[in-house]
Design a protein around this ligand. Sequence first.
Ligand SMILES: [Mn+2]
Length: 349
Amino acid sequence: MLRTTPALGVVLPGDGNPSPEPLDPGIARLSRLLDAARDVLLVGHPDPDVDCLGSCLALAEALEGCAERVQVVVPPPAPVLYSWLPGFERLQAAPFPCDFPLVICLDVVGRERAAGLEGVQPGAVVNIDHHASNTGFGDLNLVDPEASAAAQVCLRILDGLGLPISPTIATDLYAGLVGDTGGFRHSTSARTLADGARLAALGADPVAVAARSYASIPETTLRLVGLCLAGLRSELEGRLVWAVVTAGMLRRSGAEMPEADRVPDLLKSIAGSELAVLFRQVGPRRTRISVRSDLVDAGRFCAGFGGGGHRRAAGAEISLPLTLAVRLVREAAERALARPLLLRTGPPG
Ligand SMILES: [Mn+2]
């Protein structure tokens, strides 16, 4: 799944896959696009995680000197969980405006995860990401499937553009790295650690970011996690572990859906679990799944449901009510565990 092309590949429109070209011509093109556009819109995906937000906010601050107007928009609701990120106040949780001459999507896998792009001027979409399953939907695609986080791709781009990295930019990017690697526990390479060290040298505080990420959990989050874990199911001799988040659980805990983000990793952390699935009831006929596995290719598993992601962590949204989605995914999980794609060796992903 993970491509072995050079560290950063440029995807040209339409081909859908990163080519082995180096990134630098892509950064040069981005530089020209930035010169031509006075207004820049930065866009994140629905339920943005800390990598998505950190990348957006870091790039927004970095571009302030180059553009007249820089706006950061993610689909509502506002991800208050991450309000500690520097620059969070500039974030707008709203449908995004389409009158911008340049739109940069960050950590967005495919066009369907950035609803609203259809109104944007042709040639104006830049796609900055690190997912191996990225569809290359931009007019310019800066996609590095070897990067641990979109934040790492941003760091390389800022370097390429010759933009200075302030302590607040470094903090946003470092937070993204921490978030997408589970605190440097997975998807981590020597390059990840080297970039983390560099960001720390530039002013990110590793202890403060770790404390914000792992030791300041809102009470509502812990109540929601408790409700989820109380109902977890362990099957196939513990190899398959799954749980659900229902609208009722959100009401009872007072939590928002993104607060369930911790649950998939907790499910996977159970000894003996090989495939963990969290089902989220996002509508009467819509269920989102988050999959974690070190045995099955999670990205490929989720692609079977129209989603994608990484080898060990991926997700999808299924147009079915919760109970039917559970049945469908459980059957697929059973089949996948019967014939796993062995992933116990190889580079991190
Ligand atoms: Mn990411």
